[in-house]
Design a protein around this ligand. Structure first.
Ligand code: 5GP
Ligand code: ZN
Length: 123
């Protein structure tokens, strides 16, 4: 398993950040990229990723606190803009699958932002 690096040539999410694989962008800044999941489970299903190739939450350390804090702080605004209904009747789910036991399929840290009116396909 590769560790933290600027970019990993075989990583599908690094290739999305580089524009080598098309994606439907929802937000971008210097360090963060947000796009629509290709197989949404719910009316709103975004993936928030750092541009830095961090394989999973298991490699996160204190040096990433600012980056992860900024990612989390984007969530309420993205949820509202993309159709999650207001809290508490509405709301959303934030999921970070980590490793095989956590059900992680793509090994580039990502948070799923899932919401919108139910029913959902999963969850
Ligand atoms: P995981 O199971 O690793 O937490 O979730 C990976 C997510 O990435 C899945 O929900 C899957 O649909 C999504 N995904 C995988 N490949 C692509 C892709 O090429 N483009 C987009 N937009 N989403 C992808
Ligand atoms: Zn990557």
């Amino acid at each position: 398993m590769t560790q933290v690096q600027q970019s990993q040539p075989n990583c599908i999410f690094c290739r999305i950040v580089a524009g080598q694989i098309p994606s439907k962008k929802a937000y971008e800044d210097e360090h963060i990229y947000v796009f629509h999941d290709i197989h949404p489970w719910a009316p709103v299903h975004l993936l928030l990723i750092p541009k830095l190739h961090i394989p999973s939450m298991a490699q996160v350390g204190p040096e990433h606190a600012g980056l992860l804090g900024r990612m989390m702080a984007l969530v309420p605004g993205l949820a509202e803009q993309h159709g999650c209904r207001p809290y508490p009747e509405g709301g959303f789910r934030l999921v970070c699958n980590t490793g095989a036991d956590g059900g992680q399929e793509v090994h580039h840290l990502h948070m799923h932002l899932i919401g919108g009116p139910r029913p959902w396909l999963k969850g």
